[in-house]
Write a protein that binds this ligand. Structure first.
Ligand SMILES: [Zn+2]
Ligand SMILES: [Zn+2]
Length: 86
């Protein structure tokens, strides 16, 4: 089975964690634009509120992913949850 790269740190993972950019309880869906692959370490760090992980995810978002979460939640939400590197 091909490995997939963690979107945050780039490490190859056989079975990455699916991370919902917008969580389901915040109206996120299961469509592909809302789900990115993360390694377990980065996934845990993100949900523990580690800022550099959120910044790295923002930098690695593909245009259609950024568009999806911006349409759904608005620019302020996106910039708060996934900050642009200073
Ligand atoms: Zn990672
Ligand atoms: Zn997650």
């Amino acid at each position: 089975m091909a490995e997939r790269a963690c979107r945050c740190c780039g490490v190859g993972v056989a079975v990455p964690d699916p991370h919902h950019l917008v969580r389901r309880r915040h109206q996120g869906t299961d469509e592909p634009a809302n789900i990115i692959p993360l390694c377990r370490t980065c996934h845990t760090l993100f949900h523990n509120g580690v800022r550099w992980v959120a910044v790295a995810i923002r930098a690695a978002l593909l245009p259609h992913e950024l568009a999806y979460i911006t349409v759904l939640k608005g620019r302020e939400w996106v910039d708060r949850i996934y900050p642009v590197a200073a």
